[in-house]
Design a protein around this ligand. Sequence first.
Ligand code: DAT
Ligand code: MG
Length: 181
Amino acid sequence: MTESILLIVKPDGMIKGLAGHVLRRFEETDLKLVGARLAKVTDQLAATHYHHLRDKPFFEELIHFITGRLYAGQGSVLAFAYTGEDAVRKARAIAGATNPEEADYRSIRGSFGRVTTKGVFENVVHVSSDAIEGEREIKLWFHPEEITVDLFPAISAGGQSAWADPGGPKTRTGPWPQEKV
Ligand code: DAT
Ligand code: MG
């Protein structure tokens, strides 16, 4: 099944100089890169992105981590959108398990991640957990015109474009979408 996922090189990955390595690992797959963006993560974006974890004891530390506050504000992130056959499984295999101590040593998290003494999982990358999350996260992180193929329906009005259904819970099926012209 064709799926789309959001990949993020998290602040620890950026500071360690791993963006090129992560990109190379994804270039070695048959997934198609359809969006890329350098961002400084705001509290609002972080909280919306990780809304499913808001009741967890580590939530506050997680927000400090992904916004870059753990790194004296140094931590920008790179966000990428990928689409392709079985994208969730392929991307999560490259990333490895959530806890870097439990991740396969050959995965990105297993090779380069660590758990800090405060219990923060510095796990280098984010990858969407399923296709529904992939759609939600791509729509959260990107404007429609930043995605190079028509992944999801968008509307435009007054020179502005927006996702037709921002929280869209649907999963796509079928072949890769048409290139935009
Ligand atoms: P994943 O990032 O593998 O999809 P998730 O969505 O459950 O995992 O959690 C998001 C992030 O939250 C994860 O990358 C690191 C952090 N996290 C999850 N579980 C944690 C835990 N038990 N202790 C500390 N951080 C945790
Ligand atoms: Mg997740």
